[in-house]
Design a protein around this ligand. Structure first.
Ligand SMILES: C[S@@+](CC[C@H](N)C(=O)[O-])C[C@H]1O[C@@H](n2cnc3c(N)ncnc32)[C@H](O)[C@@H]1O
Length: 274
């Protein structure tokens, strides 16, 4: 007796990935060593690699959908979206970074003509919902890690201090949340940005926040955990993927005296608008 082949009712509503690629992304950690940065985007002190952004965008959206980055800096998110056929909007306070982003997007389009949109907007993201924006399927972003860029000895600051072309911090603009000295105030202003993201995101749309816990003057500030708790009040906090960097020099902080880690991991926190 022959039996009818079973019909599969499986429908992938979230993305265009194969089951195999879906499964690979589900691992809760990954190693990603950023490729060398191109000359123009080096000016920005804390850019995330577009290769990394693209993996998240391809998991959390389908082709043709809309992606937002409310602190887009030099435009990694928009470039990653162009590369994989997603429309994007990148917002940042700083026109100087948006100019670099625009050059980057324009030069990509010369070699890869596409109808896909990549809009760059200069604005304060605490006012996102006042802008004329589409409804977004997904948001990925990395905020300033508090005012860490102003700390002596922070990562590559020495090399940056010696150069005229490389910025030491994003700006001196008082609307720049990375300029707020008070940790709790900084946290609240960031939360205000993510409340606006919540407004412009579709129901069941995901938000990924890439962030680190930070140390300042010998004290540990659990920025990633604090954001998980605070944003979890209006988004559903799903979990984290941990981004490990394995190509950085180790520094002998506290050697022979006290425990101070070399922090080489970032949290990629996943939230969903329910
Ligand atoms: C960590 S950087 C983002 C880098 C970006 N992911 C990239 O790859 O270039 C944080 C950005 O937040 C921006 N920013 C700070 N306060 C802001 C605000 N209130 N509204 C919009 N952007 C802001 C800064 O200008 C800076 O470019």
């Amino acid at each position: 007796m022959s039996s009818e082949p079973k019909k599969s009712h499986y429908q992938n509503r979230l993305n265009d990935l194969s089951n195999h690629d879906w499964l690979l992304f589900q691992k809760s950690w990954f190693v990603h060593n950023p490729p060398r940065r191109k000359k123009g985007v080096l000016a920005h002190p804390a850019k995330f690699p577009e290769t990394l952004v693209r993996e998240f965008v391809e998991f959390f959206t389908k082709e043709g959908q809309w992606v937002l980055d409310p602190m887009v800096g030099t435009g990694s998110t928009c470039l990653a979206c162009l590369q994989c056929g997603r429309n994007s909007v990148g917002v940042d306070l700083m026109e100087k970074y948006l100019r670099i982003a625009q050059e980057w997007v324009d030069s990509y389009r010369v070699d890869h003509p596409t109808e896909v949109e990549a809009r760059l907007i200069a604005a304060d993201s605490r006012e996102l919902s006042k802008l004329d924006l589409p409804e977004f399927d997904y948001c990925i972003t990395s905020p300033p890690y508090w005012d860490m860029l102003k700390m002596r000895g922070f990562e590559t600051q020495k090399k940056r201090r010696e150069s005229d072309e490389l910025d030491l911090n994003y700006s001196d603009d008082e609307r720049d949340v990375g300029n707020l000295e008070d940790y709790n105030r900084f946290l609240e202003e960031l939360v205000a940005i993510y409340r606006e993201v919540h407004e412009v995101l579709k129901p069941r749309g995901y938000l990924t926040v890439i962030v680190k816990n930070v140390k300042k003057a010998g004290k540990h500030y659990p920025l990633a955990w604090d954001l998980g708790r605070r944003l979890g009040e209006f988004f559903a906090l799903k979990d984290e993927k941990i981004w490990l960097q394995d190509n950085q020099k180790l520094a002998p902080y506290g050697m022979g005296n006290a425990w101070v880690s070399n922090t080489m991991h970032h949290y990629c926190l996943q939230f969903r608008k329910e």
